[in-house]
Design a protein around this ligand. Structure first.
Ligand code: ATP
Ligand code: MG
Length: 457
């Protein structure tokens, strides 16, 4: 197939340089797929018959990653300030996958065919030499039909590398493609093998799925293929847990509500999305039904937070992400009663942390919409306004517009318990609303305090 394609100038330069030196060079994989779908891509990968030292000779600025046998070429796109890395990999064939994840050895090949044969899906096994597309497995046809089909025998390919099953789900959401029947059946059959894959690799794919627009649909596909039961069994258990009960607003079972919430989550942040997906995950274990038929989930937010924390640690999320995830889940049940005192609101802010408040409100929006409620209510709106007001007040002594140095200067003293005591007094006046947090006013208050104590003496 020969057709004019729009490729970046930098891609053309790399390819021309390789060709001029007498080597074969093809763009390959996702970039060719996306080019044919008329999607822009910055991630260009190439495959060649040249060996790494020969590639490096042509590109002095390149670096060689021994582990993957890949030469990286930093390129700067016009107008962009970030350098991108184009990856050139020598044709490869792989032999044997006795552990379901790593090829036993990677062997450099000298034929493009070998290299394309080891790729996961037909639409990812297309190569482009600058003029012609090489399509050995009917990838273009599948691209037109919008389907993901394993290259070769699906069952064998997933047994070779079980991560491909998660990639199938992720790519189907990312591209809005369906998974071809045989390929899908092979995933169902081999879903249990995903446990052979390192948690880090599973995490990366899962987080990618969560950040996609169709994330909720992705969770449904994970469920249908049996992968969800393997990677998030805690969530799988939530499907079928009823919540409908007299005087309760819930219309969905717990699992469906969680997926619906994710669907409506207004945040793009993957941790907020994960928290949304897991916010009620403890309901499967706290479920109780009274004789009158009332369903309760006592302390479910505490149990959910603990389960979410366990999941995050299992998936090797960073400490910071783990804490944020567990914290969002832990406090998602916050009340928005207009009779709450300011100090109750302040406690809420302290628990959630000011930098996570918007994320928590996004989780609430998702929770409401995912439960069939309206996006907001006057109570929630009032609560948001009060949050803003309350945050204008200092939260700790260190938020005051004065500090210990000011106290020492006015009192003409050095560090000591007196300084803390004065600061506490001023702080209490400010949070009680007796004084505004303004420097000049606080300084004169301290001066007065000093005078008052002197008079007492
Ligand atoms: P994305 O748009 O997310 O970058 P991609 O298809 O380019 O999608 P990459 O992870 O960048 O995905 O991989 C590049 C190419 O390498 C794929 O298109 C595919 O040909 C091949 N590939 C990646 N992972 C595997 C795998 N586990 N098994 C076989 N081939 C793979
Ligand atoms: Mg890619």
């Amino acid at each position: 197939m020969t057709k004019k394609f729009n490729i970046p100038k930098t891609v053309k330069t790399v390819m021309d340089k390789m060709k001029k030196a007498g080597y074969e060079i093809h763009a390959v994989g996702g970039c060719v797929r996306d080019m044919l779908l008329a999607k822009t891509t910055k991630d260009w990968d190439f495959t060649t018959n040249a060996k790494p030292p020969q590639i490096q000779e042509l590109f002095p600025e390149s670096f060689y990653d021994n582990k993957f046998g890949t030469v990286g070429i930093p390129v700067k796109l016009t107008g962009g300030d970030r350098a991108f890395i184009y990856e050139i990999t020598t044709y490869r064939s792989e032999r044997g996958y006795s552990d379901f994840r790593h090829p036993d050895d990677i062997i450099f090949g000298d034929k493009l065919e070998e290299d394309l044969k080891r790729r996961d899906f037909t639409v990812n096994a297309l190569a482009f030499d600058g003029e012609t597309i090489t399509d050995l497995f009917n990838g273009i046809d599948d691209l037109k039909k919008r389907i993901l089909r394993a290259v070769g025998e699906a069952d064998k390919r997933f047994r070779e590398d079980a991560l491909r099953m998660l990639r199938a789900v992720r790519l189907s959401v990312q591209l809005d493609f369906s998974i071809e029947q045989n390929t899908a059946a092979a995933i169902v059959k081999n879903a249990y093998l995903i446990n052979k894959i390192s948690f880090e690799r599973v995490r990366d794919e899962l987080l990618k799925i969560l950040s996609l627009k169709g994330a909720a649909g992705g969770i449904i596909i994970l469920r249908e293929t049996g992968l969800l039961a393997q990677i998030l069994p805690e969530l799988e258990k939530c499907f079928g847990i009823p919540q409908k009960s007299p005087k309760r607003h819930h219309i969905y079972d717990v699992g469906t509500h969680l997926v619906k919430s994710l669907e409506y989550c207004p945040s793009d942040d993957k941790i907020v999305r994960m928290a949304t997906l897991l916010h009620d995950v403890g309901k499967a274990v706290t479920f109780q039904k009274t004789l009158e038929g009332v369903i309760t989930f006592y302390n479910h937010e505490i149990v959910s937070a603990s389960i979410a924390g366990n999941i995050a640690r299992r998936l090797k999320l960073s400490k910071k992400d783990t804490e944020k995830l567990a914290n969002l889940v832990r406090y998602h049940q916050f009340t928005v009663d207009e009779r709450q005192t300011d100090s109750a609101l302040r406690r809420f802010i302290r628990n959630v942390k000011p930098e996570n408040i918007q994320d928590m409100l996004d989780l609430r929006t998702a929770d409401r919409l995912g439960g069939g409620a309206r996006e907001t209510s006057w109570r929630l709106e009032l609560f948001k306004k009060r949050l803003i007001e309350v945050q204008k007040q200092p939260f700790t002594v260190s938020d005051l517009k004065i500090d210990g140095h000011d106290v020492m200067k006015i009192y003409k003293t050095g560090p000591g318990p007196l300084v803390g005591k004065v600061l506490d007094m001023v702080f209490n006046d400010v949070i009680a609303g007796k004084l505004p947090n303004e420097r000049e006013i606080l300084l004169s208050r301290i001066t007065n305090l000093k005078k008052e104590t002197e008079m007492k003496i």
